[in-house]
Design a protein. Structure first.
Length: 304
């Protein structure tokens, strides 16, 4: 059997993820089977979005983590990999220092990507094959430092944008109002012409919500409202125990729900599709397309 093992490292604002995926040649078409996913809540965004730079402590932790990921990929015989960083490093004033230090210590060159790259990685997952033709869809990834959005219709990208609204980003009230207004105007311009609009949620926050609500791919707005109400009535400890949420996720899940609900209102969307995708998944498929693909990718995949 022809199998290629690929790796993707997603250095996000809240967590750093290593995804290892096997790609099988099935009758001339690739099938993606996730082998392992490791998620470490490093919270780089706490530094960048509060102080404007990443501290020496977080710099050292990131270097150690990349060393560990390098070893794991070697042990697991990963043939090809790519490491990408999003807003926490992208917006840090000492980004070059961080990247050079990590590369020297670990041998891993982290590539800083912009919102266009993030959108492309998400679109590479080709979940559009599962959607309705007469509806516009808004890919939405609510991360620690930013909310990235892509609008598409009939398998065609309409527009993409990143907004400085995230679960661990701190803004003044004036800055936050301005950013929500910017999103409102952007959505009105690019999605207001479509009679039917749905959101597609991407990333750890919406994936965890889908799991907690046991929705298997589609969350209704009223379900999010009800769940947020329940969480607000519970203590921090009660959330951890009742819903089996880890410490890191418990800090950000309510801010994530609030952002999603505001976006749903602005976009006139009643549901969020949750196909359990993220930047790391897109990196894997992009690696395959650029290096091995002879035919379009198959939509078959496993979820961890």
């Amino acid at each position: 059997m022809n199998v290629k093992r690929l790796g993707a490292i997603d250095v996000g604002s809240n967590s750093v993820r290593l995804l290892i995926t096997d790609v099988l040649d099935y009758h001339g078409r690739p099938v993606f089977k996730k082998d392992s996913l490791i998620r470490i809540p490093l919270k780089l965004g706490e530094d960048t979005f509060s102080n404007g730079y990443i501290s020496d402590v977080k710099k050292e932790k990131l270097a150690i983590l990349m060393q560990s990921f390098q070893g794991l990929m070697q042990v697991n015989d990963v043939a090809l990999w790519r490491a990408c960083a999003t807003s926490a490093i992208r917006e840090a004033s000492n980004a070059n220092e961080i990247l050079n230090y990590v590369a020297t210590r670990s041998g891993i060159d982290i590539e800083v990507i912009d919102c266009k790259d993030e959108a492309r990685f998400i679109l590479t997952n080709r979940v559009d094959e599962l959607l309705e033709e007469n509806r516009a869809y808004i890919y939405t990834d609510v991360g620690g430092g930013s909310t990235d959005m892509v609008i598409f219709h009939h398998d065609r990208e309409i527009a993409s944008e990143a907004f400085r609204l995230g679960t661990i980003r701190t803004l003044t009230q004036e800055e936050e109002r301005a950013e929500w207004l910017r999103m409102k105007e952007w959505l009105a311009e690019h999605s207001g012409v479509f009679p039917k609009v749905s959101l597609i949620g991407s990333g750890g926050n919406i994936n965890k919500l889908d799991s907690l609500l046991r929705r298997c791919g589609r969350i209704r707005r009223e379900e999010l409202v009800s769940f947020a109400s329940k969480l607000r009535k519970m203590t921090y400890e009660e959330r951890l125990i009742k819903y089996n949420i880890n410490l890191n996720r418990a800090d950000v899940i309510l801010p994530a729900i609030d952002i999603y609900l505001k976006i749903m209102k602005l976009a006139r969307a009643l549901v969020i599709e949750t196909p359990i995708i993220g930047v790391a998944d897109g990196i894997i498929k992009d690696l395959y397309l650029r290096n091995f693909a002879l035919q379009p990718t198959e939509s078959l995949s496993d979820h961890i």
